[in-house]
Ligand binder design. Structure first.
Ligand code: ADP
Ligand code: MG
Length: 249
């Protein structure tokens, strides 16, 4: 077996098939992500975007094809899921913070319980993450005292607390009030600028255009079209892509 190096894709998805019962939701999806890249997955509701990124951290199993993260096959029945999920952070539309824990405590929880690091180190890291997501002063606030956008930034910091190598974002701004969307997008932009590898499912086309190295358009379980933002937005050829972009732009 060849050894993974940083020159190889950090995430390599090859001909992935995924079904729920009789319903085939992913019908041979392939895409590679290099370290430090930001890729955006766009497409109509129900086209399999969430299913695909949930396969990357083994929240979904796959029935065919291969997904490798840093060279490790995630469909291997002997996969160390905990090791994978330390490497691959995920943030969802619903941030699901613990309501009776402060922002800082929410961020500290997983590293304390899972990584078994010293409380001092975990707290120092959590405070640096609070600054990174621009929430200084909110350390001791409870989720109920924070706006949706602020809570989502705590959720991002919580995920970063495990020091992931790859971040998955599934429509993280879809449930937010319009005025707080931007602050979450800024946080993601900061992360990308620092070189974090990001796979984003998003409906924020302006953001995708600005931030993505590569855009993938999915429809009905296949990648219909992909390319760097410039070509993707200017020269979409497939009628399904055009129709989608016409509706959304
Ligand atoms: P998207 O994120 O692009 O909106 P999803 O990946 O959520 O699409 O869903 C793709 C298809 O898979 C939909 O038809 C959805 O109903 C179906 N699906 C998703 N999750 C499940 C599940 N756990 N069980 C059965 N069907 C599912
Ligand atoms: Mg989805």
């Amino acid at each position: 077996m060849s050894v993974w190096t940083k020159k190889d894709p950090i995430v390599s998805i090859q001909d992935v098939h995924k079904s729920f019962g009789d319903l085939e939701v992913l019908k041979g999806v392939s895409l590679d992500v290099m370290k430090g890249e930001v890729i955006c997955i766009i497409g109509p509701s129900g086209s399999g975007k969430s299913t695909l990124i949930r396969c990357v951290n083994a929240l979904n199993d796959i029935q065919g094809g291969s997904i490798k993260v840093e060279g490790v096959e995630v469909s291997d029945p002997n996969l160390d899921k905990l090791a994978l999920r330390k490497k691959v952070g995920m943030v969802f539309q619903q941030y699901n913070l613990f309501p009776h824990k402060t922002a800082l405590e929410n961020i500290m929880m997983a590293p304390l319980l899972v990584l078994k690091q010293s409380p001092e180190d975990v707290e120092a890291h959590a405070r640096s993450l609070i600054r990174k997501v621009r929430l200084e002063g909110k350390e001791n606030s409870y989720p109920g005292e924070l706006s949706g956008g602020q809570q989502q930034r705590v959720a991002i910091a919580r995920s970063l607390a495990m020091s992931p190598h790859v971040m998955l974002f599934d429509e993280v701004t879809a449930a937010l009030d319009p005025e707080t969307v931007k602050e979450v997008l800024v946080t993601i932009k900061d992360l990308a600028a620092e070189g974090m590898t990001c796979i984003l499912v998003t409906h924020e086309m302006g953001f995708a255009r600005e931030i993505a190295d590569h855009i993938y358009f999915t429809d009905n379980g296949v990648i219909v079209e992909h390319g760097p933002p410039k070509t993707f937005f200017a020269k979409a050829k497939d009628p399904r892509t055009k129709e989608f972009l016409d509706q959304i732009l």
